[in-house]
Design a binder for this molecule. Structure first.
Ligand code: FAD
Length: 129
């Protein structure tokens, strides 16, 4: 579980894919869905441009994952409470849509408000300063 930018390891001639390419979601480790979305893009980009592609996670989802990993790094025991709270406060469809990175900004905000606030606010300010 890491938010490290694996695309840094790509070169002009080598594009890493899968876990090695940073396609695993930092917070969950899930890679299959992300891979199934990125492969067609990679192929069409390769056909069109014929060179390296850095297919990164969308910035805002990367940042949410970063904060979540920060919270778990400092207070790992809160993981259980965070997900229990979420499933109590939000529909599973929304939770999985968010984890699949298919929500829009308003759905993100609604989802985030369903989480315990303090751990994430603290993580946010720690990252900011
Ligand atoms: C228990 C478990 C459950 C999971 N459940 C899910 C899930 O439900 N949904 C989901 O999206 N993801 C899930 N994942 C994560 C997902 O399985 C991996 O992220 C995904 O398999 C990564 O694919 P990959 O091709 O990048 O790497 P890998 O599947 O790890 O493939 C890399 C291959 O390269 C080989 N290799 C490594 N080094 C060398 C070398 N030097 N020379 C030659 N070969 C080498 C390895 O032996 C391996 O066969 C799960 C992972 C685990 C462990």
């Amino acid at each position: 579980m890491t938010s490290f930018d694996f695309t840094k390891n790509n070169t002009e001639l080598i594009t890493h894919i899968g876990t090695a390419g940073g396609w695993a979601k930092p917070s969950t480790g899930y890679t299959f869905l992300s891979t199934s979305k990125k492969i067609p893009l990679l192929i069409s980009n390769l056909k069109a441009k014929g060179k390296k592609q850095n297919l990164k996670q969308e910035k805002r989802f990367w940042f949410y994952d970063l904060l979540f990993l920060d919270v778990l790094y400092r207070t790992n025991q809160k993981g259980h409470a965070i997900f229990t709270n979420l499933f109590r406060n939000r529909k599973p469809q929304l939770i999985f849509k968010f984890l699949d990175e298919e929500t829009n900004l308003w759905e993100d905000i609604y989802y985030i408000l369903g989480c315990p606030k303090w751990p994430f606010i603290k993580a946010f300010f720690r990252r900011l300063f």
